[in-house]
Ligand binder design. Structure first.
Ligand code: PMP
Ligand code: GLN
Length: 366
């Protein structure tokens, strides 16, 4: 719709500026040096090594040969992990709203999803984890929990206390945890990204997934990775073998370079996104939306009811034609659209002038 109408697109989350120059150059150099054929099945050794080194920032240690696997983005990592570790008839716990590929991949694995909603704190509006509901959703066929933090679409960053409760549930019920940490570096203010694998009893049962797309502004490169215990990673690798086999030969050394040398650049990106978050939050509030707290990612969710609307999907369908802005209704990321009808998601990984133009247009709504 954004393309058809020429609307300012704050719908799909992708940045409108490039990643670090050194990383872009490293990809060009890799092409010139002939990295244009199939890379090794588990990924090029220098990238596996760089991923393992990067995870030591959290205090976790992975053997780059057996406990790290390079994938075609986090998307393939999620698909391969579910296909590898979940059997037909198993149940997978998801936290709702959830990234759209989760439901599809659970279905492709022949499993059933149980989606448990985040709950709104009545005082702050923060969408936090409902641990009691998670516990209640666990049954005899529950095999895995798929958890995303920093969370798309809400911008929630799960706290250490929330994660500790998740860890307890996983250990108690012998669940495999699959964590989607693609926004691990995009965390604002005093919030902290805590990988679930760092909690007691979790390293041996957690498959940690991340990717380069969000961290280094290269969503089109599709370089992701899986870290976990060797036997789980071996199973994921077996599934990956027949999904894509390998991918992104010249981009793999470039991402290795970025993980090693561009984290200062990432800190600049993080502070810039934090400012953009505040810019969009203030503008949306002025335009009449009730904005929910955004602690990380590059998405903000806003309640449309103060503007007199009741259905976010309907509003998002009207917005491009009516005022020239595109956004995504949160209900599309859920199994319970009625509960989420009032929220819409705006991406703020855009140049300031793009955000300002969107806000000028949104101001016409009230
Ligand atoms: N998980 C979440 C929560 C995401 O927002 C995205 C980005 N679309 C992905 C996974 C996919 O990441 P990638 O582009 O590395 O496949
Ligand atoms: N992660 C991005 C989003 O949630 C884009 C990925 C996609 O469009 N599939 O908007």
């Amino acid at each position: 719709m954004a393309t058809r109408t020429g609307a300012v697109n704050l719908g799909q989350g992708f940045p409108d500026t490039d990643g670090p120059a050194g990383m872009l150059q490293a990809a060009k150099d890799a092409i010139d040096a002939g990295a244009n054929q199939y890379p090794p099945g588990p990924g090029v050794p220098e990238l596996r090594q760089a991923v393992a080194e990067h995870r030591t920032r959290y205090g976790t240690h992975y053997d780059p040969d057996t406990e790290v696997l390079i994938t075609v983005g986090a998307t393939e990592a999620i698909a391969a992990t579910l296909l590898a570790l979940v059997e037909p008839g198993d149940e997978v716990l998801l936290v709702e709203p959830y990234y759209d590929s989760y439901a599809a991949c659970v279905a492709m694995a022949g499993a059933t999803r149980r989606a448990v909603g985040l709950v709104e704190d009545p005082e702050t509006g923060r969408l936090g984890l409902d641990v009691a509901a998670l516990r209640a959703a666990i049954g005899p066929r529950t095999r895995a929990l798929l958890l995303n933090s920093p969370h798309n679409p809400t911008g929630t960053v799960l706290t250490r206390a929330e994660l500790a409760e998740v860890a307890r549930l996983c250990v108690e019920h012998d669940l495999v945890a699959i964590t989607d940490e693609v926004y691990e570096h995009l965390v604002f203010d005093a919030h902290e990204h805590v990988p679930l694998a760092t909690l007691p009893g979790m390293a041996e049962r957690t498959v940690t997934i991340s990717s380069a797309g969000k961290t280094f502004n290269c969503t089109g490169w599709k370089i992701g990775w899986v870290c976990g215990p060797a036997e789980l990673v071996a199973a994921v690798r077996a599934a990956k073998q027949f999904l894509t086999f390998v991918g992104g030969a010249p981009f793999q050394p470039a991402v290795a370079h970025a993980l090693r040398h561009e984290l200062e650049w990432v800190e600049g990106l993080r502070t810039s996104l934090q400012d953009k978050r505040s810019r969009l939050a203030e503008g949306l509030t002025e335009a009449g939306f009730a904005v929910r707290p955004c602690e990380g990612t590059y998405f903000i969710t806003a309640d449309v009811r103060p503007l007199g609307f009741t259905d976010g999907a309907r509003l998002c369908r009207e917005l491009p034609e009516r005022i020239g802005v595109a956004a995504v209704p949160v209900q599309v990321f859920t199994d319970h659209p009625d509960r989420w009808r009032h929220l819409v998601r705006f991406a703020f990984c855009k140049r300031d002038e793009v955000l300002d133009e969107a806000l000028r247009r949104l101001a016409r709504l009230s």
